[in-house]
Design a protein around this ligand. Structure first.
Ligand SMILES: Cc1ncc(COP(=O)(O)O)c(C=O)c1O
Length: 385
């Protein structure tokens, strides 16, 4: 049993998905085409929005949404210091400066610190729904209205998350989702953007495919014209039909996937709550539905032998996959050099980044798999299960 590697995450791919991918391959149309169109329509119905833009990744979505704001070098975008570096990179690649704020005990942006981070240069707030737990959005949108700022939600980890009684993506300004294979649903790689801003919609439609004013399917379909115009140099961020073939059936199963994740997350909490040396996820008091993209714990023991890094080695020795989400991005060389970030700037994030690990969690994980993880954790802390 212990010789079999237990991954930290694994997509659950149904027979319908395998058949759809096969049908796509056999159809001869692999790039953007009818399956992408169908996937976008299905996503729009899921979120109850008129339009969804599919892309090659959430990183592409963040890049395009921020690019659409025509940011200038002095412009600032406020985000959390606890996120994947893609969030910060997108701000920089769109031409602006990332301004970070520290996290609270839920590991999400501490919205109480938001107002004092706003300056005359602030153009947008970029909250990240970390692990699939929604940020407290009401104060974010209140401040955005007060200071006339855009809100670009990094919902890469948050498909199926609810804030109060509303699904993330079904309200607000702009949201970006990821379909990376570790996420709650996948299209191999992929992502999408939802926006209620007409100018942004137009920009994303054009910029995702070279700046051309119509997409490949229209151009090559019988009724489409071969002619097109380029109104701005764009990117190559269009989703493939092959990716959509995977995503179509994943979306059908998303609720089931979230239920399974939730069941396993609750089980982790029940079995680990009495263990000294770890901190379990802290949930906010406002109503929400966590999508449990990640189940993170903090290895918070003071004993050097019980460090996070030793814990990771222990799990590795037992053939159990563990994730590290994330190192504090402001301490990466580029961000130190370019923006002068240094140790001590965001103490909560730095502490969490030194203690955090993501435990295995995926829909096809069995309770036996999970018991193996729980036993390994107890062993590390010197208790047999
Ligand atoms: C918070 C956050 N933002 C952005 C991304 C980028 O997503 P993608 O891999 O689809 O580009 C990720 C991926 O893990 C993420 O977790």
């Amino acid at each position: 049993m212990e010789n079999i590697f237990l991954p930290f995450s694994k997509p659950s791919l149904s027979q319908a998905t395998l058949d759809e991918v096969n049908a796509c391959l056999q159809s001869g149309w692999l790039t953007t085409g009818p399956r992408v169109k169908k996937f976008e329509e299905k996503l729009a119905a899921y979120f109850k929005v008129p339009e969804v833009f599919s892309l090659t990744s959430a990183t592409a979505g963040l890049h395009l949404a921020l690019k659409a704001l025509n940011l200038q070098p002095d412009d600032e975008v406020i985000t959390t210091s606890m996120t994947f570096v893609a969030t910060l990179n997108a701000i920089v690649l769109a031409g602006a400066k990332p301004v970070l704020i520290d996290i609270d005990e839920t590991l999400n942006m501490d919205v109480a610190q938001l107002e004092k981070a706003i300056t005359a240069h602030t153009r947008a707030i970029l909250p990240v729904h970390f692990t699939g737990l929604p940020v407290d959005l009401d104060p974010v949108y209140t401040l955005a209205r007060k200071y006339k700022l855009r809100v670009i939600e990094d919902a890469a980890q948050a498909i199926g998350t609810y804030y109060k009684n509303k699904m993330i993506g079904s309200f607000g300004d702009t949201q970006i989702f990821s379909f990376h294979p570790n996420k709650n649903m996948t299209s191999g790689e992929g992502g999408c953007v939802i926006t209620r801003d007409k100018i942004m919609s137009k920009k994303i439609r054009v910029l995702r495919f070279h700046g051309i004013d119509r997409d490949a399917f229209n151009r090559f379909s019988k009724e489409g014209s071969q002619l097109y115009d380029v109104i701005e140099p764009g990117f190559k961020y269009n989703m493939l039909d092959l990716q959509a073939a995977i995503g179509l059936h994943q979306l059908d199963q998303l609720e089931e996937f979230i239920e399974k994740r939730t069941h396993l997350a609750k089980r982790y909490c029940n079995f680990l709550e009495k263990l000294n040396g770890i901190t379990l996820p802290r949930l906010p008091s406002y109503p929400h539905r966590h999508s449990w993209h990640l189940f993170t714990i903090l290895i918070s023991s003071e004993k050097p032998l019980l460090s996070r890094d030793n814990f990771m080695q222990h799990m590795k020795n037992l053939n159990i996959g563990i994730g590290l989400h994330y190192q504090a991005p402001h301490l990466f060389t580029y961000y130190r050099k370019q923006f002068g970030f240094k140790e001590g700037d965001f103490p909560n994030t730095e502490k969490v980044a030194s203690q955090i690990v993501s435990l295995p969690l995926f829909p096809d994980m069995t309770t036996q798999d999970q018991d193996r993880v729980i036993t390994a954790i107890k062993q590390f802390f010197g208790k047999t299960a």
